[in-house]
Every structure is written in C-alpha cells, then in structure tokens.
Design a binder for this molecule. Structure first.
Ligand SMILES: [Zn+2]
Length: 493
C-alpha cells in the first residue's frame, strides 16, 4: 500500500502524468501514456511527457483515465433531499406527490438542503457542471436559497429557475424575479449560469407565450420538458416554433413522445435534446430518443433528472443510454425476424454526449474537452485497489460500462481540487447531513406517518400480483386439496 498522498495545492500548476487521456476534442482523440498540464484555471497543454513549469505538482495518472469533467444538463437538485424515496414511482405518482400534494410544503431551507447535497454528489461523481432544473421555487426566497446553496459548493452550476406551483406567465412577470434572474446573468460568473425552466402544455391559447417573451427580453435560454407521454406533446413544439421561440440555446428534455415533424423543427432550429434515459426507462415519458437524435442530426446531452428515483452520476446515465438504445435496436429487428449484427450506438457516443455534448447544449465552448486554453475541469478515473481497473483496453467502454463513482480519484473544477485520492476536499459532509435530516424530519411530520409511508410504497396493481397457473409445476395452486397432496408427496409420505 502506498502512503496517503497529499492534496495538491490549487495555487500551483498541476500535471497529470502518464494517463490514458480522453481529450473529447472534436475528433475524440485518445492519447495513451500522456500528460495534462493545468495552470491556474486553464488547461495549458495536453500531450506526451510535457515540460512542467517550476514548482508544478505531479498527479500520478498511470493506469487511469483522464477526461473532461462530465456535464449533466437536467437535474431537479432540490429533490435530492428525498433521495430514493420514489424508487418505485411512475410519472403519475411523481406528479401527484410533488406537483399536487407536497411540493409546496418545501421551504427555502429544504430547497437549499437538497441542492447542496446534490451539488456535492455531482462533484464526487466527476460531474463538474450541473443544470439545476429548479422547479420548486414557489417564492423568490426559495430562488435565492437555491442559488446560495449552489454557490456554496465549488462546482459549475446553471440555475434553471422554475415554479410548478404557478403558471410560468405569472412568475416571469414578477419584477423581483426578473431582476434576480438578470442579476444572475449580469454577474458574468462562469461557475453560475442561468436558464428559465417551464413546460408547454399545448393549450391552443399558448399562455406560455409571455414566459418565452420574458426569457427573450432577459436574454436567458429556456429549458423545457418536451415529449413527455400524457403531459407535453407535438402541440407544444409547434406553438413554440410558430411563435419563433425555438432557438439554438433551447434545451428539450426527454423529447421522447414526439413525431417526425417535431424532431425536424428541433433539428432545423438548432436546439438540443437532453436524454435522461434512467428516467425515460422507468417513469414512462416514452423511449429515450437516441435513434431520433442520430437520425435527425440533433445535438444531444445526457442528464440524470432526479435522485428521488435515480442515481446522480453520469456513469449510470451512459450505461442506461447504451442499454436502452441497444434493446430498442434488437427488439425492432426481432419483431421482423431479423438479427442485429452491428450496433449503431457506441460507448464513444455516450462519452461524447456526457462531455462536449453538454458543453454544446449550454453554449460553452470552453468546457467539455481537454484542450489547451479550455477551463480546467478535469476528472481522473483511477482505482489501483479495484480489480475492475485493468486491463484497460477500450477506454470508452471502460468509462461507459466498467467505471463507477468510487473510481473517481481526482476532480478539478476551474483548476481547483475538489476531490483527491477518492475523497472530497473541503466539504463538511456532516453539516450537509444535518441540514438534510432536518428537512426529512420536517416533511415527514408535515405529511404524517401514513401519507409518508404510502407515498414511498405505492400500492401494487392487483391484477399483476397473481402468479399464472403453470402446467409444468408440480404443485397446482388452484386446487387446495391437490396442493396438500403435493406437499405430502414432496415429504415422501
Ligand atoms: Zn425533469
């Protein structure tokens, strides 16, 4: 066992030595036995055996993978305070719990608690930029608490301001909220971006028009849940397009249940789709539109959606996306009696989507790749104690199917060390735990124990609980007398 290594100082240059470097440049160039030099908040150089400046600190990357920090373009971070609570939910149960029944119970400090935990969790998993799709902001106090919590964590975030408890045409008309949003934008803080987050119902009167106009006046991009089965559909896309609100910076989250016409409108106007496959697979928005983004040439990024159900790391997002696309490709062929011999979606694709795809979606050409001059958001995946760390043959396959958050050794954001030797740096996790526990305790008492338990464990559909009769099984479940006889035979009587 080697001695514990010292956390490198963020004030001096750093050089990652001898790693497999996934540059994620335009050609997705991979360098083996290569170095990445970081000076200040920037990547100074990438290549073999770099000359490091005087006083540079070396990080041993041998046996590991150096890649750009990953980018999650849609995550309801406030919901991390309820981690895992909705593991068995459908989208309907989610809507009832958050939108109709309990979402309005969250106080500003509850939003902050969830955000802080989610933000720290992102860094731990090598996700250096996260869009906080913050739709629980039922007052400006909530909005300020959300932003303050994100600012307290040394990652890169985008606050996508939203409020499901009121129409977007209402809250975007509020002068105080407008001035808060333009304040965030004008601050020019490249670790804190801003978007406006709301959905378009498809109502022919298009009440969301005023919210789009507000976004345009403020110069802030819109992110919207599109193509969500039973909630949003082609009508919303058509209304946006007819009114000129589909722009290159618009992000369409899920975009699952849409037709060719909508995908063509998205492709033609240059916006991007945020695929949240773990979510689409289990909540019911529709199938992840991976085939469509390839078919229509739509830029794509990946996202996690919410930790009230799912994991908060992009390894899971990449893996789920490959699995879902491949299942669809195989099943489509099987229906026709055919066999797929060559897969269309590769591990390299999902690593691209999780890095420079996210950067493109956010209009950031200075992140998402390891190239000289870009921001130093760097991840080292390396775990010498893990039997899964070797042999390292296919680096994209290693990232997409083999690696996990525990293998994230070092994370830099803006040249600052936020994780090193598998441990978060400068994070007071016990304090965050206390905040989250206070939120859970408060919500649990507000709901009452029955509603709390019922919310977490929804009833099983009765019809599916029955086990079908099976002619090959020794015991006949439908006949009690035979069942007793069967038991006797088994016991040899
Ligand atoms: Zn969502």
């Amino acid at each position: 066992m080697t001695q514990p290594e010292r956390v490198p100082s963020s004030d001096r240059p750093m050089v990652f030595r001898g790693g497999t470097v996934l540059t994620m440049d335009a050609a997705s160039t991979v360098l083996t036995d290569a170095d990445v030099l970081v000076v200040g908040d920037r990547i100074a150089e990438v290549g073999p055996r770099l000359q490091a400046p005087e006083g540079a600190q070396e990080i041993d990357a041998r046996g590991g993978i150096v890649m750009p920090g990953m980018i999650d373009t849609h995550r309801h971070m406030w919901q991390t305070a309820m981690r895992g609570y909705g593991a068995d939910w459908t989208l309907t149960q989610y809507f009832v719990w958050y939108y109709l029944e309990h979402g309005r119970k969250f106080r500003p400090e509850d939003i902050a608690a969830g955000n802080r935990l989610a933000a720290i969790e992102s860094l731990d998993a090598g996700v250096t930029t996260t869009v906080d799709w913050s739709h629980g902001l039922s007052s400006l106090d909530h909005g300020e608490a959300a932003a303050d919590a994100l600012r307290s964590v040394p990652g890169r975030f985008v606050l996508a301001y939203g409020n499901i408890q009121a129409g977007p045409w209402e809250w975007t008309a509020d002068p105080a909220i407008r001035s808060f949003l333009s304040g965030l934008k004008d601050a020019g803080d490249d670790r804190m971006g801003v978007q406006i987050a709301f959905d378009v119902t498809g109502d022919p009167a298009f009440p969301e028009k005023a919210a789009f106009e507000a976004a345009r006046e403020l110069g802030i991009p819109v992110t919207t849940h599109a193509g969500v089965w039973g909630a949003t559909n082609d009508d919303g896309i058509r209304l946006m397009h007819e009114h000129g609100f589909m722009t290159p910076e618009t992000i369409y989250v899920h975009a699952s249940t849409l037709t060719r016409d909508s995908y063509q409108r998205i492709a033609a106007t240059g916006g991007s789709i945020s695929v949240a496959t773990e979510s689409e697979c289990s909540a019911g928005q529709g199938h992840a539109p991976t085939e469509q983004v390839l078919q229509y040439g739509i830029p794509v990024s990946l996202s996690i959606d919410t930790s009230v159900w799912w994991s908060g790391d992009m390894f899971s997002a990449m893996r789920a996306t490959l699995n879902a696309d491949r299942m669809a490709q195989h099943m489509d062929a099987h229906i026709n009696g055919d066999t797929i011999t060559h897969l269309r979606l590769r591990a390299q694709h999902v690593v691209e989507w999780a890095t420079r795809g996210g950067a493109h979606a956010l209009g950031r050409d200075d992140i998402g790749a390891l190239e000289a001059g870009k921001k130093a958001d760097v991840v080292l995946i390396k775990n010498d104690d893990s039997p899964v760390s070797f042999p390292l043959l296919n680096p994209f396959g290693q990232v997409a199917f083999q690696a996990q958050r525990g293998d994230v050794h070092t994370v830099l954001v803006d040249g600052r060390v936020v994780k090193f030797a598998h441990k978060l740096v400068g994070t007071d996790l016990p304090a965050v735990r206390r905040e989250v526990e206070a939120t859970v305790e408060y919500l649990r008492s507000e709901l009452g124990e029955d509603a709390w338990q019922h919310g977490m464990f929804p009833e099983m559909p009765a019809a599916e609980a029955e086990i079908l009769a099976n002619p090959y099984q020794y015991t006949d479940y439908e006949d009690e007398s035979k069942r007793a006889g069967g038991a006797e035979r088994v016991l040899g009587r």
